[in-house]
Design a protein. Structure first.
Length: 638
């Protein structure tokens, strides 16, 4: 497949959806030759035509100007900047940077109607080699004015149309009269054949469809793809195991066999999933009050694949009570219910073999030691077990003033990593045993020998004494990480404590803070249910959900603050631990100054409705408050 065939739809639709660079400077007003209007043009038939055979996907952006303008407004900008922004990017797409049309790209971009829908269609050509055909259509003010703006590169065609292209063009375009609100359409495809097959459908049928519903919409006919390609694909899939072994094999028989078996499983799953799925749809909504939401929905014809079986094995419902016990100052939180571990037993066995083989290839440990490491994958999951998780960086305890370099590194890591708490209905005894197995596997002689050979990092692990306030059945594991490069030194702690429902697990760098966090969460002293901004998780039935905020990713911004610090005085060099503490303090000030202090939540949700054949939905919602935080944060980074 040619490069321009791959580039075209991404280039044009991406330009309208994500126009995020400044528009080019005003063009020179060099006059261009307008096409001759002396010859009368016969009336053009604009009545609807049927969809071409083999259409497997279509997409629509309702209004580029409106969507981009709303997005700009949501991030604190001026919505009126949308039009010059989009036109500037379109000029880059049409011109030498992407499509390389032999036209005046800036003038042509000014002729595009930005409040008319943008349509994309993908079809499979008939014949022995069903090469994908695709085309994209945007509205223009009029065919004649657009052709005049394009310049000498606009070649007159049939029915008052004009062809656009050129020797260096990455595709072909045509200006044609169209039905619908825009007088004409600029239709582009990878070749003239794409335009011939799909152009009339885009200009005469889809262009006339009223712009209703979501701001952006896409649909893929998986059943159609299966009908066309399924039999050929199923002939190819059995070769995946040998291909995987040849491409990624290491020569270790255990690893290579597991790799081959993994290829077989993936091939079988792909074939079953292709037969299970009916349609996949994607909807984008941009609202000045609600923010941005994206929903992907998959409808199923059957449930033979692992994805289908596991998705519908657990009925959706409200967020579990365990979730609402989470701390109200959490910057992120999630919940899910475990399916039957038996459904992934075969995949787990192969993964363990891959681990054993990879360790053997790296000459790490003995065979018995490798098996002990791989056995850690046998996590004590149970069918129907509820798992919730939370993270944050605010404090319940007062930190001690750091004195030594070790103290400073520990304080810096505490600020960056914060705390994380996991609650589950699994029994504490099972979790404690797994933690002991982890320490035992880590401290095996062969593993320690390999770790000590590392040039950049020293890692040690040992069991410790859990704070007595957590109860008799609590346990603690310490992991110390010392960098041999910058001499950073931090000790992570993993704590397991009993609770009324099961076990609570906490990890971070400060044992007292983790202990207080577990107690406060376990006893629901300041629970999440008091937060009104988590309303989307209080209604509806969900299988899995996750909320997050800008503060969730606070540590990711630290390198930017380190880079923008003033150069050191070579005569008075600072210490790395002092630099990172200072950068962390500056980072915290930026977050504290945000409208929501970086805590405004966004949401990712999964729901599976097993009515009829079943529908699986994945949704991402980023409210206005979250976008405002992100926009202000981005401004503070400059």
């Amino acid at each position: 497949m040619t490069t321009h065939r791959k580039l075209l739809p991404t280039a044009l639709l991406g330009a309208t959806l994500f126009a995020c660079s400044a528009p080019p400077p005003p063009r020179e007003t060099t006059p261009t030759a307008a096409p001759s209007a002396s010859t009368p043009v016969a009336a053009v038939d604009l009545s609807p035509v049927p969809a071409p055979k083999g259409v497997v996907a279509r997409a629509r952006l309702k209004s580029p100007a409106s969507s981009v303008g709303t997005l700009i407004g949501l991030t604190g900008g001026a919505p009126e900047a949308a039009e010059p922004l989009v036109r500037g990017v379109l000029a880059e797409v049409l011109g030498k940077k992407m499509l390389r049309l032999d036209v005046d790209a800036r003038a042509l971009a000014d002729e595009i109607v930005l409040d008319a829908p943008v349509d994309i269609v993908v079809a499979l050509a008939e014949g022995d080699r069903p090469e994908p055909l695709y085309a994209i259509s945007v509205g223009v003010k009029s065919v004649e004015s657009a052709a005049g703006a394009a310049g000498a590169g606009a070649t007159p065609g049939e029915g008052g149309s004009y062809k656009l292209g050129g020797k260096k063009a990455r595709g072909a375009c045509t200006l044609t009269k169209a039905a619908g609100p825009a007088a004409g359409r600029l239709v582009c495809g990878a070749s003239d054949r794409d335009l011939e097959v799909l152009g009339p459908y885009l200009a005469r049928t889809l262009a006339a469809e009223p712009p209703t519903g979501a701001d952006g919409f896409a649909e893929i006919d998986v059943a159609g793809l299966d009908a066309r390609f399924g039999s050929e694909l199923r002939k190819i899939l059995p070769s995946l195991p040998s291909l995987a072994a040849r491409r990624y094999g290491t020569g270790n028989p255990v690893f290579d066999k597991a790799l081959s078996e993994g290829g077989r499983l993936l091939g079988e799953e792909a074939a079953k999933l292709l037969a299970d799925l009916d349609k996949v749809t994607l909807e984008l909504k941009v609202d000045p009050k609600a923010g941005i939401s994206v929903e992907a929905s998959s409808s199923f014809r059957a449930k033979t694949s692992w994805v289908a079986k596991t998705s519908f094995s657990t009925p959706p419902g409200p967020a579990p009570a365990l979730f609402w016990k989470g701390p109200t100052d959490a910057s992120s939180g999630a919940f899910t219910t475990m399916g039957d571990p038996a459904t992934y037993a075969e995949g787990l066995k192969l993964t363990k073999d891959l681990v054993i083989g990879a360790l053997a290839n790296g000459k790490i440990g003995s065979e018995a030691e490798r098996k002990k490491i791989a056995a850690l994958l046998d996590f004590p999951f149970e069918k129907g077990a509820v798992v919730v998780a939370f993270s944050g960086s605010s404090r319940l305890t007062k930190p001690a003033e750091p004195k030594s370099a070790k103290d400073k590194w520990q304080r810096a890591f505490a600020e960056l990593s914060g705390w994380s708490i996991v609650g589950t209905t699994l029994k504490p005894d099972a979790m404690n045993k797994w933690m002991k197995d982890l320490v035992a596997a880590f401290n095996q002689p062969g593993v320690q020998k390999a770790l000590k050979a590392q040039d950049d990092m020293s890692i040690t692990m040992k069991t410790g004494k859990a704070p007595a306030k957590l109860g008799k059945n609590a346990s603690l594991v310490e992991m110390r990480l010392v960098s041999k490069v910058d001499k950073s030194d931090a000790t992570l702690v993993f704590v397991v404590a009993p609770g009324p429902e099961g076990a609570w697990i906490g990890f971070g760098v400060e044992p007292e803070e983790i202990a207080e966090r577990i107690i406060a969460t376990r006893d629901a002293k300041d629970p999440l249910k008091a937060r009104p901004d988590l309303g989307p998780l209080q209604s509806g039935k969900l299988s899995t959900a996750y909320f997050f905020s800008a503060a969730t990713f606070k540590s990711s911004f630290l390198p930017l603050f380190l880079m923008r610090r003033a150069p050191q005085d070579p005569k008075k060099p600072s210490k790395p631990e002092d630099d990172i503490l200072a950068a962390t303090a500056e980072l915290n000030k930026v977050f504290d100054a945000l409208p929501s202090k970086g805590m405004a939540p966004a949401f990712f949700q999964i729901s599976a409705t097993d009515a009829g054949k079943g529908t699986l939905k994945l949704g991402l919602t980023v409210p206005q408050a979250t976008l405002t935080d992100v926009a202000r944060l981005s401004g503070g980074m400059r």
